[in-house]
Every structure is written in C-alpha cells, then in structure tokens.
Design a protein around this ligand. Sequence first.
Ligand SMILES: Cc1cc2nc3c(=O)[nH]c(=O)nc-3n(C[C@H](O)[C@H](O)[C@H](O)COP(=O)(O)OP(=O)(O)OC[C@H]3O[C@@H](n4cnc5c(N)ncnc54)[C@H](O)[C@@H]3O)c2cc1C
Length: 368
Amino acid sequence: MRVVICGGGVIGACTAYFLSRRGIDVIVVERTEVAAAASGKAGGFLALDWCAGSPLDALARRSFALHAALPGEIAGNWGYRRMTAYSGYVVAERDARRHVRADLDWLCDGVIIASRLGTTATTAIVHPRAFTTAMMNAAQGHGTELRLGRITGIVRRADGSSVGGVEVDGGVIEADAVVVAMGPWSLVAAGWMVLPAVFGRRSPSLVYDTGKDVPADALFLEYQEDSGAVVTVEVFPRADGSTHITAFSDEAPLPLDPAAVTPDSGAIDRLQAISERLSPMFRADRIIARQACFRPVTQDGLPLIGKVPRSEGAYVASGHNVWGILNAPATGEALAELIVDGVTRSTDLAPFDPIRLRSLDPSLLRSG
Ligand SMILES: Cc1cc2nc3c(=O)[nH]c(=O)nc-3n(C[C@H](O)[C@H](O)[C@H](O)COP(=O)(O)OP(=O)(O)OC[C@H]3O[C@@H](n4cnc5c(N)ncnc54)[C@H](O)[C@@H]3O)c2cc1C
C-alpha cells in the first residue's frame, strides 16, 4: 500500500512516522521545506488537560502521553521538557502598583502572578521545528520518502469516486491513499474534493536568546495596551535557551507560497514593546527571530481528521488551530490506524469527522 502525504508540517511528519512504522510505503510531498510554516514557528507548549470538557480532550491526553514517550523511542533532541505554567497580568504604566516586586525573580516589577495553571506533571514544551524534523527523520528511517514539490491536484481513478494519486509539478505520483495535511493551505484542496474550509489566522512572534537566564516557567499574562485593548501574551522558555513570545492574531490574506509569510512590522513593534515590560531578559539585542505564522482554523474550531466524503482513498488531517504541536502525535497514530486497519483504536476520531461541517463548492474554488 502506498500513501502520499501532502505537506511536511508537524501533522504530515507524525502521520508519516506512524504509517511507516506499520510498514506502509509513504511519500511526503512538501512544497518548501519540512516545518516551513507554523510547525517551525510555533511556541511548542503542551498541556495534558487544558482541553478537558471539549471534544479535544482524549486527543490531547493521548498526544501528551506520546510526547513523553517519543524521546525514548526515536533519535534526535527536540528539547522536550516538563515545565510550570502561570497566569497573571502586567500592571499598567500609570498604576502606582507598577513598582510592586514581581513574584518570579526574572520578571520586571509590576508583573503579577495570579495562579499556577500547570505543573511539571501536566505541562511541557518541545522545540516545534526540531520535533517535526525528528519525526520526519524517524519516518525516513522506516522508509518514508520526502520529495520537494508543489501538489497542484489529485488524480481520480476511472470510476471517478476514488483517488489514485496526486499531481506534483506537472507529473503524477500514484497512490492507494492520499492525506491532505497542508495546514491552512488545505483550503486549496477544497478545489479538488469535497472538503470543509480551513482558514489561516496570522500571529506574530519574537524569539529571544535567553540562554539559562530564564527558568522553565510558561506565562500567560494579560496586558493592557495604551489603546485600552487587553491582550494575552504567551511566554515559552525552551530547553535550547530560546524564549518564544506571541500575542494577538489578525486575518491577513494567506500568501499562496508558504515561504512568503511575513510578519506585519506594526505587530512586531507592539509585541516587542510588551515583551520589554515583562523582563530585562527581553532586550532588543537578544532577539533572534521576528516572524509570523498562520495557524489552521476550521468553522467550529476543531480539526478535520478522517476520510474525505465522496472521495474513496482520500483523508484529511488539518485545522489543528492553537494545539497542532500538542495534538500531532495522536492525530498521526489514529489516522494511520484508520488508513491501514479501517478503524481507530487509540483515539476516537468521530468528533473530527469532516462530514460534520458544510463543504465548500469545489467549482467555486476552481474558478478562483
Ligand atoms: C504563533 C503560533 C504559536 C503556536 N504555538 C503553539 C503551541 O505552543 N502549542 C501547540 O500545540 N500549537 C501551537 N501553534 C499551532 C501549531 O503551530 C499548528 O496547529 C500546527 O503547526 C499546524 O501544523 P500543520 O502540519 O497542520 O500545518 P503547517 O505547519 O502549516 O504545515 C503545512 C505544510 O504544508 C506545506 N504545503 C502547503 N501547500 C502545499 C502544496 N501545494 N504542496 C506541498 N506542500 C504544501 C507547507 O509548506 C507546510 O510545510 C501555534 C501557532 C502559531 C501561529
């Protein structure tokens, strides 16, 4: 059996790993490079039980367990480590309490910790680019082939209802099954088959070289800007000595080429000004990346994972929103079971069945 995976982000890499471990012949086709998009630019934060009470709970718990087990199973160092997570707020400049000493000694005065959200039993982090690359390398170790190329369509068998391969740069790769895992670019695939829309929401992020100066404390802080707007700033110190900071998002148009994603300079300036209020560690000369990425979002906020309606042999795994790095391992594991065995055992994918959402009309997308 040959499976072609469209997209070399964290979802494509994890799906390739779990399929190839079952002895399946896998080809991953990636347009730019592995982890070129959100999977290389995310924070990498993981939480065991933050999806409790939502349909994502089982997927998140299984993924959290797989993240803990994978460092013992495959080669590479992607900085997996347990951490503590806190919520809090930053006192406004005009407020006299801005001189109140911070609860954590690496933060500026006026940064108040309100509660502990997670402990080393429930929260952790990976370096997302290194994790995605390690999963792809492990898949390649099991025989997966990685091809650089742009997928431009699917090929249907003579009966019209089943999929027989993909079109890549003018050629065809034949396959028994095709997995669409192109993050927000999965929208393009809705022109090839009956698929609900996946949109992209852009967020800026800054990465600082903080070495060993910042401990393993993830922060979720409310910050009131001069305009009066309150934003949540997320701070993720990683094991490689980099600290990732992100906040807010916008609805910028998604460039067709993933390599053309750039941050809005105003958003980066705003984020830099906020970061400087948080800790003396976040000085401008410590910035090592100013970037943006689009997280893939669906109409109901839940991912699409499962069979594509009315296209035998086609599967989708996209729309993982803010939890794609966390939920990639259990997505790949369960999707591999669905493709190879026809049923899932590890995680129930029913809540993510694409059939729950209205699909786009492919002819509208084809006509532009
Ligand atoms: C700022 C930010 C912070 C985040 N932080 C976290 C976090 O802390 N924890 C967490 O769990 N999640 C986080 N996320 C979410 C997470 O990054 C995403 O959900 C996840 O990376 C999506 O992975 P993906 O593989 O579906 O898509 P992508 O990473 O977008 O990968 C899609 C791939 O498909 C390729 N592609 C596109 N078109 C084609 C084509 N025609 N042919 C071939 N290849 C193609 C692209 O080049 C790309 O490599 C964050 C997201 C953002 C934006």
